[in-house]
Design a protein around this ligand. Structure first.
Ligand code: ADP
Ligand code: MG
Length: 567
C-alpha cells in the first residue's frame, strides 16, 4: 500500500498515461490488490483490478462452496453485494470521463456462473473496474489515493469476509439453490420437461423489465389438479405445482389470457432465479430451446429436408444455404440447428412462428397439392420428432385446433390460470374431424451434424482484432455483426460477451474435422475443469465481465455468423 501511495504522489498532475505505472500487485493489510490493466484515457473502458482476500481472513464456510451449484450461488451473491455497494462508493471525483467509477458486473434475475467473483479454498477474489480519476488528461493522484487506499479497502471489508456477509441471506440462498437442484433432478428422473410451482408469479413488470409484476392484479400460478405433483425438496415441505411431461403439450386459450407469459417463464426456467423473482420454482429442462421464425437470417448448409423439399429451381434442402431465409425456412433451420445441439424440447409460440410452417389445413391441402408445397408443416412432424428422436414440444396455439390430434396434453389458460382440457380437446377432434391428410412421410428424417471450417472466423477489423458484445443481442466479430435478436433465451450481456470470446476460440479450433457441437462441448469441458476465466484472453488476470451461456446460445451465435463456412 505504501508503494502504491508513493507511485500515486509521484505521478500526480502528470499526463494520464503515467497511470500505467500502477500496473502490478500491492499488499494491503487484509487483502491483495492486483492492478491488471490501466485505461488509456479517462473516457476509455475503465481500468481492471482484482482484490483477493485469503480465506484466513475471509473465513467463508466451506459448505457454501464445495458443491458446484452452491459455489455458483455464493459467487453470484458476492458479486451482487459488491455491485450494489460499489455503486454507492463510486464517487464522481469532479473529474473527467469515468473518474471515480467503481463497478462490479451486476447479475440480473438469474443466478449464473460468472467471472465477477471467485471463491476457492484459498481465497475470495473479486474483479472490479475502476475509473482512475483525472482532471482533463492529468492524473488526480490524491483522488486516486482516496479511491484505492481508503474507499476500496472499506468496500472490501464490508462486502467480502464472512463476518460482514448477511449470513442468514446466504443460508436462505443455499436452501433455494438446493431446492432448485432437487426439482431439476426430479424432472430428469421422470424424463419430464418442466415444473411450475403453485404461487409462482410469471408476468413481468413490462416488456423491457425482467422483474416480477406487482400489485393486486397479479394472478399467482395454480396447477390444475390433474397435472399437480408434489416434489420433495431438501429444505421445507414438498413443493406442489404443475408438471409438464415429455411429449407434445399445447397451451391454448383466448388472446390475452396469459399463454405467452407462461411460455416465456418456461423459456427462462432453464436458468435458476433469485428469491423474490416469482419464477424461482419455475424449472425447465436445461436443454429446452425456444425456436421461432427469423426471416432474413443467413443459413449455412443446414439439412432442413425434414421440413422443406422441392424448392423452386431445384434448390438443395439437404444442404440448404441462403443469405436471406423466409419465415418458414428460418423456423425450420432454427429447429434443425437446435436438434444438432441436442435440444430436449422445443418451445414454440404462435406469436413468433410462420403460420405456413405450423399448419396446413384440409382445405388448403385440397387446393394446393402436396407436390406444389415445399413445406411439410410442423404438425405432421411433431410426433415423429418425439417418438423417433425423443424431442418434446411445448406449443402455444390459440388459432388452430388441428394440433388436438397430435397432442398428449392440452392446457388451457383462462384468465391467467391453467386448466387441463386434454379430454375435451380429444373429444372435439373426434366429433369434428378436420379432414386433412398426414403429410409427414414415414419418418422424421436425418439430422446432419455439420463440420465447421476455420476460415469463416476472422476476428480482425482492419489491422486490429475486434470481438465484443454490442448489447445483449448483438456481437461484433471482426468486421461482421452477428444479430442475435431471435435468440430469446440469452438473458445477460455478460453471456453475450462470453459467447464472443468462445466464438474466437471456436474459430481457432475449427478445421473441418469437428462438428459445431464437438467444438462447443470441448470448450465447456475446459470450463468445467478450469472455470469460466479460461475462455478469456486475459485469464490469470481480470478476465473481463463474463457469464456462462448455454451451449445452445453459443451455437446460435455461430450459426448466425454471416461468414460461417462448413464442410
Ligand atoms: P396471450 O399470449 O395469451 O395473448 P400474454 O401472455 O401475452 O397473453 O398476456 C397478456 C397480458 O397479461 C400481458 O400484459 C401479461 O403481462 C399479463 N399477464 C399474463 N399473466 C398474468 C398473470 N398471471 N397475472 C396478471 N397479469 C398477467
Ligand atoms: Mg401470445
Amino acid at each position: 500500500m505504501k508503494r502504491l501511495k508513493q507511485t500515486l504522489s509521484r505521478i500526480d498532475g502528470k499526463g494520464y498515461k503515467a497511470y500505467k505505472d500502477l500496473q502490478g500487485e500491492y499488499r494491503f493489510p487484509h487483502f491483495q490488490l492486483m492492478i491488471d490493466y490501466v485505461q488509456g484515457d479517462p473516457f476509455a473502458a475503465p481500468s481492471r483490478i482484482r482484490v483477493r482476500m485469503p480465506q484466513s481472513e475471509a473465513k467463508i464456510p466451506e459448505e457454501w462452496f464445495t458443491q458446484p451449484h452452491r459455489k455458483v450461488a455464493l459467487e453470484d451473491w458476492i458479486a451482487r453485494v459488491w455491485a450494489e455497494k460499489a455503486a454507492r462508493y463510486s464517487f464522481r471525483a469532479k473529474g473527467t470521463g469515468k473518474s471515480g467509477l467503481i463497478g462490479v458486473d451486476r447479475p440480473g434475475q438469474e443466478i449464473l456462473p460468472r467471472t465477477a467473483a471467485v471463491v476457492t479454498r484459498d481465497y475470495v477474489e473479486v474483479r472490479v473496474t475502476v475509473g482512475l480519476p483525472a482532471q482533463g488528461r492529468r492524473v488526480l493522484g490524491r483522488k486516486a489515493e482516496e479511491m484505492l487506499c481508503d474507499y476500496l479497502p472499506r468496500l472490501v471489508m464490508e462486502a467480502t469476509p464472512a463476518d460482514s456477509i448477511d449470513r442468514e441471506g446466504v443460508e436462505e440462498r443455499m436452501k433455494l439453490v438446493d431446492n432448485q437442484r432437487a426439482i431439476r433432478q426430479y424432472l430428469k428422473e421422470k424424463g419430464w420437461i418442466a415444473f411450475i410451482a403453485n404461487s409462482a408469479v410469471l408476468p413481468r413488470e413490462s416488456g423491457i423489465s425482467d422483474r416480477p409484476l406487482k400489485g393486486e392484479n397479479v394472478v399467482e400460478f395454480r396447477a390444475p389438479e390433474s397435472l399437480e405433483v408434489s416434489v420433495k425438496v431438501p429444505h421445507g415441505s414438498p413443493i406442489r405445482g404443475m408438471a409438464i411431461r415429455d411429449g407434445i403439450t399445447l397451451i391454448v386459450g383466448g388472446g390475452y389470457h396469459g399463454k405467452s407469459t407462461l411460455l416465456n417463464a418456461l423459456e427462462r426456467g432453464v436458468y435458476d432465479h433469485i428469491a423474490g423473482d416469482g419464477r424461482e420454482y419455475v424449472i425447465t429442462d436445461a436443454e429446452a430451446v425456444k425456436v421461432r421464425a427469423e426471416d432474413g437470417r443467413r443459413v449455412e448448409k443446414v439439412n432442413i429436408s425434414p421440413f422443406i423439399n422441392n424448392l423452386p429451381f431445384g434448390r438443395d434442402t439437404v444442404r440448404f444455404s441462403t443469405e436471406d431465409a423466409s419465415g418458414s425456412t428460418s423456423q425450420a433451420t432454427n429447429i434443425v440447428e437446435s436438434l444438432e445441439m441436442g435440444a430436449s424440447c422445443l418451445l414454440i409460440d404462435e406469436d413468433t412462428s410462420a403460420t405456413n410452417f405450423m399448419i396446413r389445413d384440409g382445405r388448403m391441402q385440397k387446393l394446393v397439392a402436396k407436390g406444389k408445397e415445399p413445406i411439410t408443416p410442423f404438425i405432421d412432424k411433431v410426433r415423429q420428432l418425439y417418438e423417433e428422436k425423443g424431442t418434446s414440444s411445448i406449443l402455444v396455439l390459440g388459432g388452430s385446433g388441428d394440433y388436438f390430434d397430435v397432442a398428449d396434453t392440452v392446457i388451457m389458460m383462462d384468465e391467467y390460470l391453467p386448466y387441463e382440457v386434454t379430454r375435451e380437446a380429444k373429444e372435439v377432434a373426434r366429433i369434428q374431424t378436420n379432414d386433412r391428410s398426414r403429410e409427414g412421410g414415414e419418418e422424421f428424417g436425418e439430422v446432419t451434424p455439420r463440420k465447421v471450417l476455420g476460415k469463416g472466423f476472422d476476428p480482425r477489423k482492419g489491422k486490429k482484432e475486434k470481438v465484443d458484445a454490442k448489447g445483449l443481442r448483438s456481437i461484433q466479430f471482426g468486421s461482421t455483426v452477428v444479430d442475435l435478436s431471435g435468440v430469446e433465451q440469452l438473458v445477460d450481456v455478460s453471456q453475450t460477451r462470453a459467447i464472443a470470446e468462445m466464438m474466437r476460440l471456436i474459430g481457432k479450433k475449427a478445421d473441418g474435422g469437428k462438428t459445431l457441437r464437438e467444438l462447443i462441448e470441448a470448450i465447456y469441458a475446459e470450463i468445467g475443469q478450469k472455470g469460466l476465466d479460461v475462455i478469456s484472453p486475459f485469464k490469470g488476470q481480470h478476465p473481463g465481465d463474463l457469464a456462462l451461456p448455454r451451449k445452445h446460445e453459443v451455437a446460435a451465435a455461430v450459426n448466425r455468423l454471416r461468414t460461417l463456412r462448413v464442410l
